[in-house]
Design a binder for this molecule. Structure first.
Ligand code: NDP
Ligand code: OXD
Length: 310
């Protein structure tokens, strides 16, 4: 009987068991720490596991991340050699991210954060209405989620730019790639969205230098990982009025400590890491499809390149 170990401090094992077994009734689901016979475990489905969970599973065939990001695993867990790590890919996760980003891009594009502060001051003042084709939105990271965001923004008529590691093209989008083209990308961006994975190359990428390359009044939307952002550099760029505002969903420390300056900063909008949530009702399909692929000797979908870290 195929056996999967579920381990997460935040996700519901019961909902996951139900969704997985609806697609593969013969799958046995064990919940950490009730591992039972360790040699039975062929699959692990995990989020932020304790460091010793995986190393003891001698017959492990695939590790599934409950999230699209795998930094929680690469940083903390001892990954057994030769076992593929598969990240979460799910249409509902992608849709949720696109909704979140589009909402905040439109909010900044139509100056809704400025109108909200005008309302608090009882100020009646018209601000310009810019056409989407004249608004340059730059997306850092155009993988599964960034590509969907790019496509939907382009459909609304925005002037979309993208920055990625490789030089692969995307129709109707101006692509910049690699660190040599980062400053040019930023100079060409009025609303910056960070949808990068956290890797040694991308840690701290939202910093003083990045912000100063953006035009005055630019906005930042950070939804990748908190460690992309140098927090004090953002506060300085907002307080000097170089940046018009920032929307933050991810933080160095989560939950964000109650005394953190972001909570009350007038130019910061924040949410508790909810830009998009993995939903077992849809995401179980990705896990079961991959288990069936493995059983049939086919290639897995969403395997992480451990050298690149995403
Ligand atoms: P993908 O792996 O599909 O895409 C990653 C993208 O980042 C690719 O376009 C890649 O470039 C680019 N990239 C990676 N490293 C670099 C680099 N050094 N320089 C330039 N570009 C780089 O990721 P997803 O779209 O699935 O997810 C992105 C991230 O979103 C996740 O890792 C996670 O951290 C975050 N996330 C946040 C959520 C939230 O609720 N806040 C929810 C889900 C995910 P290339 O295309 O050239 O390979
Ligand atoms: C993810 C997340 O990586 O929720 O999926 O952050």
């Amino acid at each position: 009987m195929p056996t999967l170990l579920f381990c997460s401090p935040t996700d519901s094992p019961d909902k996951w068991r139900k969704s997985l077994q609806a697609r593969m009734p013969e799958l046995e689901v064990r919940v950490w720490p009730a591992v039972g016979r360790q040699e039975d475990i062929e699959y692990a489905l995990i989020w932020q596991p304790p460091p010793d969970v995986l190393g003891r599973l001698a017959n492990l065939k695939v590790i599934f991340s409950l999230g699209a990001g795998v930094d929680h695993l690469l940083a903390s867990a001892a990954l057994p050699d030769g076992v593929p790590l598969v990240r979460m890919i799910d249409p509902a996760l992608t849709e949720g991210m696109s909704e979140y980003v589009l909402y905040h891009v439109l909010r900044y594009h139509r100056y809704m954060s400025e109108y909200a502060s005008q309302q608090r001051e009882r100020v009646w003042r018209e601000l310009p209405q810019v056409r989407p084709m004249d608004r340059r939105v730059g997306i850092m990271g155009v993988g599964v989620m960034g590509a969907d965001v790019v496509h939907k923004l382009a459909t609304l008529g925005f002037a979309v730019r993208a920055w990625r590691r490789s030089d692969r093209s995307i129709a109707h989008v101006k692509i910049y790639h690699g660190y040599d083209q980062l400053i040019s990308f930023l100079q060409d961006t009025q609303i910056l969205v960070c949808l990068l994975p956290l890797t040694p190359d991308t840690e701290g990428i939202l910093n003083r230098e990045t912000f100063s390359a953006l035009p005055t009044g630019a906005y930042v939307i950070s939804v990748g990982r908190g460690q992309h952002l140098v927090e004090q550099d953002l506060l300085d760029a907002l307080d000097s009025d170089h940046l018009g505002g920032a929307t933050l969903d991810v933080f160095h420390r989560e939950p964000l400590p109650p005394d953190h300056p972001f909570w009350s900063h007038p130019k910061v909008t924040l949410t508790p890491h909810i830009a998009s949530l993995t939903n077992p009702n849809t995401a179980a399909t990705h896990v079961i499809d991959n288990i069936r692929r493995l059983q049939q000797g086919e290639q897995l979908i969403g395997v992480v390149d451990l050298k690149l870290g995403y």
